[in-house]
Design a protein around this ligand. Structure first.
Ligand SMILES: Cc1cc2nc3c(=O)[nH]c(=O)nc-3n(C[C@H](O)[C@H](O)[C@H](O)COP(=O)(O)OP(=O)(O)OC[C@H]3O[C@@H](n4cnc5c(N)ncnc54)[C@H](O)[C@@H]3O)c2cc1C
Length: 505
C-alpha cells in the first residue's frame, strides 16, 4: 500500500474525456418526438418577424438560426434525445432575458433553457421547435467574500472555473461532479445536482444563499441575498432548485463555499462483496467522522469497461467491488493518523482486500479519473439507458443482478454511485437503441424502486425521460401542488414544455 504526503488538492480545469466522446460521432440520434411518440402542444411557430425582434434585443451573432450551428444544441450529452429547434438565443444580461421571455410569453413561443447541456434526462434539449435559451454567455463572477464564503455569480459560470477561482481564495465549491468541466452553476441549481461531495457539504438547498430569476412573463425576481440567515417569509429561492427550467430562468445566484481543505486523502480499495462495501462504510463513518467527504462504490464491470475503453490503468488488481473514499481535513498529521488507523484495522478484518492511498494531487486526480470516466466509457460501447435512483442501503445493489438476469447477454448492466448518499447509477448498454429493451427496462425499474421505498430520481431530475414515472415517488397531492405552482408562474406553459410534470396532473 502506498502513502505519500501533500497539503493541498488542486483540481485543474482540463478538457474532459467525455467532451471528446460527445462530439466525435457524426451519427444523428432519432428525433425525441418520434422515438417517444409525443404530440406537439399548441405553441406558436417561429416567424421572420420574431427573428428580427430577437436580433434587435441581442446582437446578430447571439441569434443562431443556421441549421448546422443549431444542431449541437438540439442533442443531449447521452445522445438519447434530439429536438428540432430552429434557433438558439445567447443572452448576456438579465434585462435581455427579461425582454426575450416577455416577448415569447405574449407570442406563446415555447422556450428550452439550456446550461452546459450535460444533463442526462433530456431536460436541456427541446422536443419540438422550442427556442433554445443558452445561458453560456452569462458567465461573470460578481463577488467573493472570503470570510463568509459567499460567492455571487451569473448562471452560466462553469463549475470547474468557479472551483479554481474560489480555491485561489482558500475556498472550494460545495459540489463536485464528473461533468464539472462543462456544466454551469445555474444548471446545477436547476437540477439540484448532487455529486461526490454531498455526503460532506450537503445538497444545494443548503448551500444556495440567494437567487435572481426571470419569470415566464419577463418579471425579474430579486432574491439575490448573501445572508446565511434570512427568515423573511417564503423561501422562494428553493422553488428554483431542481425545477429543471420549468418555473423561471435563473440569471444570478449566491452560494456558500466551504473552506479549502488543507489535507486531502483518497483511497481506492478492492472488496470481496457488496456486504463488505456497506460494512466498510459504517466503519469509515465511525472512524473518520467529519473528515469523510466522499464514499463511492463501483462494481467490477464498471471498472473493467472503463479501464478498457479509456485506456486507463487501475492502481490495484481486479476485485468484485471497489470503493473510492476521500477525506477533507485541516490537519494532515491528524488526518493521516486517523486514516492509517482505519486502514490497518480494516485490512486486518479483511474488509479491504487491497488498496492504495494518495495524498499527492496528481495521484488523487488519477484515481478520481477512473471513477469519473465511467459514464463516457459506457457510451463508447453503444446506446446507454441511464438510471439514477435512491434506494435504502440494504437494497442498494439489488437491482443490478435482477436486471442482468432479465436482460441476459444482450446488454451490459453496471452499478456505481454515491453510496454514501444511497444513490446508485445503473447504466444499461446495448449496441443500438431498441424499443423492446426499453420495454423490458421501464416501468420495471421504477416499479421495483417504488416497492423498495426508493426514489426514481436521486440527482439527475425528471426531465423529458421520466414524467410518466414521477408518480412512483410523488403523491398525487404533491403533484397537484406542483401543477398549481407551474400554472401560477408560467400560465402559458412556455418554459421547458414536455418536461417534469406529466400531462394528466
Ligand atoms: C460525465 C457526467 C457526470 C455527471 N455526474 C453527475 C453527478 O455526479 N451528480 C449529478 O447530480 N449530476 C451529474 N451529471 C448530470 C449533469 O451534469 C447535472 O445534472 C448538471 O447539474 C447539469 O448542468 P448543466 O449546466 O449541464 O445543465 P443542462 O444539462 O444544460 O440543463 C439541466 C436542466 O437545467 C435547466 N437549466 C439550465 N440552466 C438554467 C437556467 N439558467 N435557468 C433555468 N433553467 C436552467 C435546463 O432547462 C435543464 O432542465 C453528470 C453528467 C455527466 C455527463
Amino acid at each position: 500500500m502506498m502513502l505519500k504526503s501533500a497539503l493541498l488538492l488542486v483540481r485543474c480545469a482540463k478538457k474532459h474525456v467525455w467532451d471528446q466522446v460527445r462530439f466525435s460521432s457524426q451519427a444523428l440520434s432519432q428525433l425525441s418526438s418520434e422515438k417517444y411518440n409525443v404530440t406537439r402542444k399548441d405553441f406558436a411557430t417561429l416567424q421572420s418577424t420574431d427573428v428580427n425582434f430577437f436580433k434587435s434585443v441581442l446582437s446578430d451573432d447571439r441569434v443562431l438560426t443556421d441549421e448546422n450551428d443549431v444542431l449541437p444544441f438540439n442533442i443531449d450529452w447521452l445522445k438519447n434525445c434530439r429536438g428540432q429547434s430552429k434557433m438558439v438565443l445567447k443572452p448576456k444580461t438579465t434585462r435581455e432575458v427579461s425582454q426575450i421571455l416577455s416577448y415569447c410569453n405574449k407570442r406563446r413561443l415555447a422556450i428550452c433553457p439550456q446550461g452546459g447541456n450535460t444533463g442526462v434526462v433530456g431536460a436541456s434539449v427541446p422536443v419540438f421547435d422550442e427556442i433554445i435559451l443558452n445561458m453560456g454567455l452569462m458567465n461573470k463572477i460578481i463577488s467573493l467574500d472570503d470570510i463568509s464564503g459567499a460567492l455571487v455569480c451569473e448562471t452560466g459560470c462553469i463549475l470547474e472555473v468557479l472551483d479554481k477561482h474560489v480555491q485561489e481564495h482558500g475556498l472550494i465549491m460545495p459540489l463536485d461532479l464528473g461533468a464539472k468541466g462543462s456544466c454551469h452553476i445555474g444548471g446545477n441549481i436547476n437540477t439540484n445536482a448532487g455529486g461526490q461531495r454531498l455526503i460532506r457539504y450537503g445538497n444545494l438547498h443548503g448551500s444556495l444563499l440567494g437567487i435572481e430569476a426571470v419569470k415566464a412573463d419577463g418579471t425579474v425576481i430579486d432574491c439575490l441575498r448573501s445572508l446565511k440567515k434570512d427568515n423573511t417569509g417564503y423561501h422562494l429561492k428553493h422553488l428554483f432548485v431542481g425545477s429543471e427550467g420549468t418555473l423561471g430562468i435563473v440569471t444570478k445566484l449566491a452560494i456558500h463555499c466551504p473552506v479549502l481543505p488543507k489535507a486531502v486523502t483518497v483511497g481506492f480499495f478492492g472488496l470481496e462483496n457488496f456486504d463488505n462495501v456497506l460494512k466498510l462504510f459504517k466503519s469509515a463513518k465511525s472512524s473518520l467522522g467529519e473528515i469523510l467527504s466522499a464514499y463511492e462504490m463501483m462494481d467490477n464491470e464498471s471498472i473493467r469497461g472503463t479501464l478498457r475503453n479509456m485506456k486507463l490503468t487501475s492502481p490495484i488488481p481486479e476485485y468484485p467491488f471497489y470503493v473510492l473514499m476521500e477525506t477533507h481535513g485541516s490537519d494532515a498529521d491528524h488526518d493521516t493518523e486517523k486514516v492509517n488507523r482505519f486502514l490497518s484495522k480494516e485490512m486486518d478484518t479483511g474488509l479491504i482486500l487491497n488498496g492504495t492511498v494518495a495524498t499527492e494531487p496528481g495521484k488523487i486526480q488519477a484515481i478520481w479519473k477512473i471513477r469519473e470516466s465511467i459514464p463516457a466509457a459506457c457510451m463508447m460501447d453503444g446506446y446507454v439507458f441511464c438510471y439514477d435512483v435512491s434506494l435504502p442501503l440494504a437494497n442498494y445493489y439489488q437491482l443490478v443482478p435482477m436486471l442482468r438476469e432479465r436482460l441476459g447477454s444482450n446488454a451490459s448492466v453496471i452499478g456505481f454511485g454515491h453510496i454514501g448518499d444511497g444513490n446508485i447509477h445503473i447504466n444499461v448498454t446495448i449496441s443500438d437503441f431498441d424499443k423492446e429493451v426499453l420495454g423490458v427496462l421501464e416501468p420495471f425499474i421504477f416499479e421495483e424502486v417504488s416497492k423498495l421505498q426508493g426514489s426514481v430520481s436521486a440527482e439527475h431530475g425528471i426531465g423529458f425521460r421520466k414524467p410518466q414515472y414521477i408518480h412512483y415517488s410523488k403523491d398525487r397531492s404533491a403533484l397537484g401542488l406542483m401543477r398549481d405552482l407551474k400554472t401560477l408562474m408560467d400560465p402559458n406553459g412556455i418554459l421547458n414544455p414536455y418536461k417534469v410534470l406529466p400531462d394528466d396532473v
